[in-house]
Design a protein around this ligand. Structure first.
Ligand SMILES: Nc1ncnc2c1ncn2[C@@H]1O[C@H](COP(=O)(O)OP(=O)(O)OP(=O)(O)O)[C@@H](O)[C@H]1O
Ligand SMILES: [Mg+2]
Length: 155
């Protein structure tokens, strides 16, 4: 199991970490992103999706709740439950995405769907730092079964 805190001192560092993880995806993984507004969750997702081999445009799904990206080998489901106190149907859709063991599930603002998320997931927390506007403190919690996602990452 990985439990680590690192400092990402530039957008490039966040993108490098996200790309390393994206290259290691094989399907069946779930990553939950936790941060305040503008913490860098979608920025992380964008590089991860691109490194996984998708040419699809990643934008914040805040208004659509979910987006689907395709790579040559897998589907990547991107959810954003911001301000959704009752996730309702969207939570059911999330549950179906989690069931798709060939797909990857990425979740922002998932505090109200915790019971739907798999226990075996990576949790990436990003927080802003007083050291500078482009600095993010990043905490990674990753079960042993998903540690391969961070191989090649500079942790
Ligand atoms: N080290 C960094 N890592 C990630 N983003 C950074 C970093 N430094 C600055 N930023 C900037 O912070 C902003 C993060 O926005 P982003 O949409 O990724 O955050 P978010 O957590 O998805 O926000 P929201 O809660 O609104 O969904 C972007 O403008 C990005 O360029
Ligand atoms: Mg976002």
């Amino acid at each position: 199991m990985i439990s680590k805190q690192i400092s990402l001192t530039s957008i490039k560092q966040t993108e490098a970490l996200a790309s390393a993880v994206g290259k290691n995806l094989v399907g069946g993984e779930c990553i939950e992103f936790v941060s305040d507004l503008g913490g860098g969750k979608t920025t992380f997702v964008r590089s991860l999706v691109s490194a996984a081999g998708s040419k699809d445009n990643v934008s914040s799904p805040t208004f659509t709740i979910s987006k689907l990206y395709k790579t040559p080998s897998m589907a990547i489901y991107h959810y954003d439950f911001y301000r959704l106190s009752d996730p309702g149907l969207a939570a059911e859709e999330l549950a179906e995405s989690v069931e798709d063991k060939s797909g990857v599930v990425l979740v922002e603002w998932g505090q109200n769907v915790q019971d739907v998320l798999p226990a075996k997931r990576v949790i990436v927390k990003l927080s802003k730092s007083k050291s500078g506007p482009d600095v993010r403190l990043c905490s990674i919690e990753c079960p042993s079964s998903l540690e391969y996602l961070f191989s090649g990452a500079d942790l």
